[in-house]
Design a protein around this ligand. Structure first.
Ligand SMILES: NC(=O)c1ccc[n+]([C@@H]2O[C@H](COP(=O)([O-])OP(=O)(O)OC[C@H]3O[C@@H](n4cnc5c(N)ncnc54)[C@H](O)[C@@H]3O)[C@@H](O)[C@H]2O)c1
Length: 308
């Protein structure tokens, strides 16, 4: 079905899982990863047989690499993902110009585009996150993602025969995230503490809820988005918020430990008490239905050998 697929950020956490799944599902397709390895890791692409271009998407000369070649689909996941990087110029420049470069080049070429937005665009508002909500970015990373959505909306208006789909990923966890360090999911960070025999440290009282979503569901959703009939932006989560205490209970179960949480004061004034993806539009437009619960997601993660 696809002859040539480009995946930016393919050496990263979600990007590498997506790349390896695309290689499995479409063995005949030519895959090209673009990544500058600022946070990604070559080890994530073990077994990958496609092409790789080590370059910054915000400045790459796309014509040089893709001129005269047909690209059916672009998955754009490359992004600064450390939300604690407060360098406003770097975050906005690198994230926004990467997207503009791709949109400009692939306009009028029949290429479909899917890009990673973020639930961070909702800000610190508690409750169910609905796609029609006005964005309230609380940091410059989230602000840059709002600009991606704005650019995509304007581009879709101008390029009605092409589709561009944005996905607001919630809290993703799963294999191939260990390179992210402090920006990795709480699953791997808490599991590391527990494997060392330490009490897992979380903010008081551990009952804050997050929409944690397993990476295999996110990969499925992202691949479904490539077949959307129309352009749009959708939530990509599990639809079921769970507490940090729930994570620790499940980690104790799979790691066969019995380490109760050690509660610490939350130093953040602005802290999301609850995130929850409303998946109504995602299910209707993309036919996405998450398969993994927190329990089965953590089971699968543990069985993969990557939860360490
Ligand atoms: N993991 C999550 O929970 C989550 C949540 C919301 C949104 N997202 C979005 O999903 C996407 C993937 O995130 P991830 O968790 O896999 O993070 P990651 O840091 O593992 O992956 C990002 C990849 O992009 C590359 N990169 C960054 N800027 C680049 C540039 N200008 N040019 C080329 N390569 C560049 C990095 O080297 C890395 O390999 C990102 O767009 C991120 O904002 C992730």
């Amino acid at each position: 079905m696809y002859k040539h697929v480009v995946i930016t950020g393919g050496a990263g956490f979600v990007g590498s899982n997506l790349t390896l799944e695309m290689a499995k599902r479409y063995p005949e397709a030519q895959l090209t990863v673009i990544d500058d390895f600022r946070s990604g890791d070559f080890k994530n692409l073990e077994g990958y047989k496609g092409d790789i271009i080590a370059a910054d998407v915000s400045s790459i000369n796309l014509k040089h690499y893709f001129g005269g070649k047909k690209v059916d689909l672009v998955f754009h996941l490359a992004s600064i993902t450390d939300t604690t990087d407060h360098n406003q110029f770097r975050q906005v420049h690198d994230n926004v110009e990467s997207w503009r470069n791709l949109l400009d080049y692939f306009a009028g070429r029949k290429t479909r585009l899917v890009y990673a937005s973020s639930a961070a665009t909702y800000g610190i508002a508690a409750g169910i996150n609905r796609i029609e909500q006005t964005p309230k970015p609380a940091n410059v990373y989230a602000f840059s993602k709002v600009q991606l959505d704005n650019l995509a909306r304007a581009w879709a208006e101008e390029n009605k025969t092409q589709t561009v789909v944005g996905l607001k990923y919630f809290n993703v966890y799963g294999p191939r995230e260990s390179h992210k360090g402090a920006a990795a999911s709480m699953m791997i960070q808490l599991a590391r503490q527990m494997r060392r025999g330490e009490h897992p440290r979380i903010f008081k009282d551990g009952e804050q809820k997050r929409d944690f979503v397993y990476v295999k569901d996110i990969v499925t959703c992202t691949i479904l988005a490539a077949r959307a009939r129309a352009s749009g932006v959708y939530n990509a989560g599990s639809g079921v918020p769970r507490t940090f205490n729930d994570i620790i209970a499940n980690l104790n179960r799979v790691l066969k430990t019995d380490l109760p949480p050690f509660y610490i004061d939350n130093p953040h004034v602005h802290y999301q008490p609850h995130t929850e993806a409303d998946l109504t539009a995602t299910t209707a437009a993309l036919r996405y239905k998450p398969k993994y619960t927190l329990e089965t997601g953590i089971d699968d993660y543990f069985a993969s050998g990557f939860l360490e």
